[in-house]
Design a protein around this ligand. Structure first.
Ligand code: FES
Length: 117
């Protein structure tokens, strides 16, 4: 029996890198978890897609300069760190580990701590 030891989440294949648009996020759902994918300076970032304030998908928001703005009440979050930049956003977003293998984007649902952008 393991107590307190987390088993690593598997990698889930979620999208093709070639389909990513640097100006528009992509929304995917893995094991019931909605995740927003962002292509920023050639790197893919995955953050939770549901805004902590109420129910809106951040991937349907406005993306600019590494920040995603919620389409409902304009909470803003840093795409790389998940950091909440406006009070209305209430908390930072979970970031998920991402890798690209043979042009396919894979992610883990195990949240990762990221440093400040
Ligand atoms: S639902 Fe995102 S700011 Fe209100």
């Amino acid at each position: 029996m393991t107590t307190g030891a987390e088993i690593d989440s598997p990698w889930y294949e979620v999208a093709a890198l070639a389909e990513m648009d640097p100006d528009f996020p992509t929304s995917v759902e893995v094991q019931g978890q909605k995740v927003g994918l962002f292509l920023l300076d050639g790197a893919v970032h995955a953050i939770e897609d549901v805004c902590p304030h109420a129910y809106a998908l951040l991937s349907q928001g406005f993306q600019e300069d590494g920040v995603i703005e919620c389409p409902l009440h304009a909470a803003r979050f840093d795409i790389v760190s998940g950091k909440c930049l406006t009070e209305i956003g209430q908390r930072d977003l979970q970031c998920f580990p991402v890798r690209v293998q043979q042009g396919r984007i894979q992610l883990r649902l195990q949240p990762q701590a990221k440093g400040a952008a």
